[in-house]
Design a protein. Structure first.
Length: 167
């Protein structure tokens, strides 16, 4: 992790996290183009979503707003967040899984995600995105009310679609 502080605002990070989620949904819903190889791209967007939500949470807190530095290791941001709110324990397993999909990992070699792991990835995305502290943050910073919280039905649809395709 660098010693360069994150310069985006929580609001900007929330918007970018929502864009990552929209990209994930769009990639998976495109029946004609989605292939097994696209799972890696979904994983990278999922890791980025979690990173942005964690950073936004930390930047929004008086105790940690000056201690958020550039980097991509979700465990570092998670460890800071859990000191502020013990309920983050509920998503620890999901954060650890999503940390496997950093952009750096993608450039070291191909990230292979089998059927079982991909279904787990989809559930990790949903669990992290709808974590109460993040929902509260999204509601706080969605001043324009143009996007807000992405409807749960999109996640349910892509998870169900994926399960049907596996049968």
């Amino acid at each position: 992790m660098s010693k360069k502080k994150v310069t985006e605002s929580p609001e900007e990070l929330i918007g970018k996290a929502n864009s990552d989620v929209i990209a994930i949904i769009g990639i998976i819903k495109n029946d004609e183009l989605f292939t097994v190889d696209d799972r890696e791209t979904v994983g990278v967007h999922a890791q980025q979503m979690a990173e942005k939500l964690l950073k936004a949470y930390l930047l929004n807190n008086e105790k940690t707003k000056n201690d958020v530095f550039h980097g991509h290791n979700l465990k570092i941001y998670f460890n800071q967040a859990i000191l502020l709110d013990k309920s983050f324990e509920n998503i620890e397993k999901n954060i650890v899984q999503l940390n496997n999909y950093t952009a750096e990992a993608r450039y070291v070699g191909k990230i292979v995600i089998d059927d079982k792991d991909f279904e787990g990835l989809l559930n990790d995305i949903k669990t992290v995105y709808y974590f109460p502290a993040f929902i509260e943050l999204i509601n706080t910073f969605d001043k324009s009310k143009t996007r807000g919280i992405i409807d749960n039905k999109h996640f349910d649809e892509i998870i169900e679609k994926y399960r049907r395709n596996m049968e």
